[in-house]
Design a protein around this ligand. Structure first.
Ligand code: ACO
Length: 315
């Protein structure tokens, strides 16, 4: 397990932003599109409505601009842009190039694709850049899954949606916030959830569900072991917002009560790379986090990937 060197340069989030497209699709709207019901979707997934529309670059520029504004950072002072997405606007160039220009940044920019674990992967990568000398990194998680969803397939169309969350990560003189991290991938499970270039998402929902709980819990336990903390020490768990039953089962197995989980799935659906930053920064905006709180971010996704980090909030 990778240990964080004691002398690694520290970093912390100094500003953040969230963006959701204005168009809302409720469960009742879906009732008119295929055979389903609001009650079934609520009970089986926890989703009540979702936001759809926009582009990955457009939503990223919105959330990224809010994060820069909150941090009070000049776009010219950003050393790198890391954009987590599995729904780029173009195959080439990376959507981060469009976002870099749109935000007036003058720095290296690249996309990370680890499906719904992407924002956690990108968080690890951004801390790595800080450890290698970058001082300010803009970190964004955005997906526009509505563009690759088959709107006639009730197995997937009830779940997926669009959104974006962003943060400025700045180097600090102190020890910083990242206490433990884990990134996992099992490519042998690729066929459980995939989308061909130009196609729509295919998913074996039952098998994804079964594995999701296990791999989230395994990853979270690895990060907690590296950080030297237990579930009792975690003030807030921010799980990937895929299904409320997955969140509940994972929290149960981790020994963290649901009151300590950040949940926004009822409003957002599954926004892949955006889901963890949307839930995290909503919790922060609601005043649910205090300086020094330990936060567990944990995701899973196509690949199948899983990833987690333990961060000490606001230090
Ligand atoms: N509305 C009404 N009925 C439905 C619907 C629907 N939208 N979908 C399925 N059903 C029916 C089925 O046909 C089935 O009927 P039957 O018993 O007569 O055969 C019944 O409801 C139960 O279906 P299941 O597939 O067993 O339903 P389940 O409880 O497993 O829920 C779901 C399905 C929501 C897809 C669930 O399996 C799930 O959330 N899986 C995980 C998916 C996920 O997280 N994917 C994202 C991964 S992250 C990423 O990288 C994008």
């Amino acid at each position: 397990m990778p240990q964080i060197p004691g002398n690694a340069v520290g970093a912390r989030f100094t500003g953040w932003g969230r963006a959701l497209p204005p168009k809302v699709l409720t469960n009742h709207d879906l009732e008119g599109m295929f055979e389903t019901s609001d009650q079934w979707i609520r009970e089986r997934t926890g989703i009540e409505r979702r936001h759809v529309g926009g582009t990955t670059a457009g939503l990223s520029i919105e959330s990224g601009g809010l994060a820069l504004g909150m941090a009070g950072v000049d776009p010219l002072d950003i050393d790198a842009l890391v954009l987590s997405t599995s729904t780029p606007d173009r195959t080439v160039p990376a959507t981060s190039a469009t976002v870099q220009h749109g935000l007036g940044l003058k720095c290296g920019a690249f996309d990370v694709n680890a499906a719904c674990s992407g924002f956690v992967y990108a968080t690890v990568v951004a801390h790595g850049l800080i450890a290698m000398g970058a001082r300010k990194v803009l970190l964004i998680g955005t997906d526009t899954l509505s563009r690759i969803t088959d709107w006639d397939d009730r197995n997937t169309a009830i779940l997926f949606a669009d959104g974006s969350g962003a943060a400025v990560l700045e180097a600090t003189d102190g020890p910083g916030q990242l206490l433990g991290w884990d990134i996992d991938s099992d490519g042998s499970a690729e066929e459980l959830l995939f989308c061909e270039v130009g196609g729509t998402i295919h998913m074996d929902g039952k098998e994804v569900f079964r594995r999701a709980v296990r791999i989230m819990v395994d990853s979270a336990k690895k990060s907690m072991a590296i950080a030297g903390v237990t579930a009792d020490d975690i003030a807030l768990v921010v799980p990937h917002q895929a299904n409320i039953r997955i969140i509940s089962a994972a929290c149960d197995r981790l020994g963290v009560p649901m009151e300590r989980a950040a949940v926004c799935i009822h409003e957002t659906g599954n926004t892949s790379s955006a889901s963890i930053p949307l839930a995290l920064f909503e919790a922060a905006d609601q005043g649910r986090l205090s300086a020094g709180d330990l936060v567990l971010l944990v995701g899973f996704g196509a690949g199948m990937t899983a990833a987690s980090v333990i961060i000490r909030w606001g230090v």
